[in-house]
Design a protein around this ligand. Structure first.
Ligand code: C2E
Ligand code: MG
Ligand code: MG
Length: 431
């Protein structure tokens, strides 16, 4: 058997020895039932350094970086040089969390500015992490770390990616993480098998009246409920939101009709995403839903975020105008998050302002949050809008919100989101 070979430039194991050590470590940790992590480190832009300064300078850079790696890793892991600018760290007893911490530390150590003669660099690296799985052979284990490293490079470098979290091309050609692909698959499944539902959560006015009910989408696949916080962003990335949105327009308007027929005249608020408004067929879908449900537009409200109102694209503006012209009302959702701007409010054709729940969360003790809510409530009212606070969970918050001048509240304290049947009983009982 060949003796362990050392790379002369770095003092690390050479490629062959690194593979051999990896093999030994894999059998050792398997026997001991311990975890093992591999970090595949690849310097960013090293080819340019070699090409602009020559190979000798390239070697000096490698020597310095190797020094940083050695100091940082210490005795925690074996290190091998597996390519000109590529290193593998094999860390026994490292879980995913340990490996991610080490990757962050290494990236931090590598990026300290480097001055070698005429070379002034801010080096950075892309790191792929794999944690040994039960079915892994040594080769596939290292290959997973290498593939994760390639994904880190493809995302612009100077980052780490854990094997299994790599971005993969989705149906629309967008890059999605594997978990997102699984969600996309479940959404298609739900659309085809009737796994979508709307739940409704009332908004209550200060006089106890019901201002509206908000339609909130729920997705169930094989008995498993996925939260909209998870599936809406995926649907937005893949374009699936247009189909989901059409479905919620149809279902939400149908619910308004159903309540009207049952003698409970209630406005239904439907959430609308950017991708829907960027679609020139949005207003067609909205009108079709109103016609199908035979519902007057005044009973439907669309919830949009502020940035959408400020979007100058022709399609978005036409879709908004068309909704407003036919009598559907518009409301600003999650106001106060992102890049909200009070000055914009005067130009937005919305009749309702929904203050994000982060403000309510800080009540009743946070005096600054109190002042902000008060100012927004007054400004909204001055502009002729109904101001609603979202996420009210406690009696003290509710009482303070009335004092601060909001017109309506929505939150678990008043009513949880509920299915159509429960909503009907709630509305009947509440009245
Ligand atoms: P949103 O439009 O701001 O909806 C309010 C969210 O706050 C809902 O979460 C609701 O269940 C939750 N909520 C209500 N009261 C409370 C409370 O007292 N405390 C807390 N912590 N949360 C409360 P949900 O149903 O998980 O929906 C999350 C987001 O997903 C929605 O935020 C909306 O942006 C989006 N979404 C839901 N349904 C649809 C839909 O049909 N289409 C589109 N485009 N987006 C939707
Ligand atoms: Mg909403
Ligand atoms: Mg909201």
């Amino acid at each position: 058997m060949l003796a362990t070979q050392i790379d002369p430039t770095t003092g690390f194991l050479d490629r062959y020895s690194c593979l051999k050590v990896a093999d030994d470590l894999v059998s050792r940790v398997r026997k001991a039932g311990q975890p093992l992590a591999a970090l595949w480190i690849d310097l960013d832009r090293f080819k340019q350094i070699n090409e602009s300064y020559g190979y000798l300078s390239g070697d000096s850079v490698i020597t310095f970086i190797a020094q940083r790696l050695r100091e940082n890793v210490g005795s925690r892991a074996e290190i091998g040089r597996v390519g000109a600018d590529e290193f593998v760290c094999l860390a026994p007893n490292f879980t995913r969390a340990n490996a991610e911490r080490m990757a962050s530390e290494l990236m931090h150590a590598i990026e300290t500015p480097l001055d070698i003669g005429e070379i002034h660099l801010r080096p950075s690296a892309s790191i792929g992490i794999a944690i040994l799985e039960s079915g892994d052979a040594t080769f596939s284990f290292l290959e997973r770390a290498d593939r994760a490293k390639i994904s880190a490079k493809n995302q612009g470098g100077n980052r780490y990616v854990v094997s299994g979290d790599e971005l993969v091309s989705g149906r629309m050609g967008t890059l999605l993480a594997r978990e997102e692909l699984a969600v996309e698959y479940m959404l298609y499944n739900a659309l085809e098998t009737g796994g979508l539902r709307l739940n409704y959560q009332p908004t209550v006015g200060s006089d106890g009246s019901i201002l509206s009910v908000e339609a909130l989408m729920r997705c169930t696949v094989n008995g498993k409920v996925i939260s909209p916080v998870k599936f809406i962003p995926v649907a937005e990335k893949t374009g699936l939101i247009v189909r989901l949105g059409e479905w919620s327009l149809l279902e939400g308007t149908r619910q308004a009709r159903y309540l009207l027929d049952a003698g409970v005249r209630t406005k239904v608020a439907i959430n609308v995403s950017r991708a829907q408004l960027l679609d020139s067929k949005f207003s067609q879908a909205l009108h079709a839903a109103l016609v199908c449900a035979n519902v007057e537009p005044g009973l439907i409200e669309l919830e949009l975020t502020e940035s959408l109102f400020m979007d100058n694209s022709k399609t978005v503006q036409n879709n908004l105008r068309s909704a407003r012209d036919c009598g559907v009302s518009l409301s600003i959702d999650d106001f106060g998050t992102g890049y909200s701007c009070l000055a914009n409010l005067k130009d937005i054709p919305a009749c309702k302002l929904k203050l994000d729940r982060t403000f309510v969360l800080a009540l009743p003790h946070d005096r600054r949050a109190m002042s902000v809510v008060k100012a927004m409530a007054h400004l909204g009212k001055d502009l002729g809008m109904t101001v609603v606070a979202e996420g009210v969970e406690k009696k003290e918050q509710l009482e303070m919100l009335w004092d601060l001048g909001v017109d309506g509240v929505q939150g678990y304290y008043c009513a949880m989101p509920m299915d159509a049947e429960a909503l009907f009983s709630w509305l009947k009982g509440n009245r």
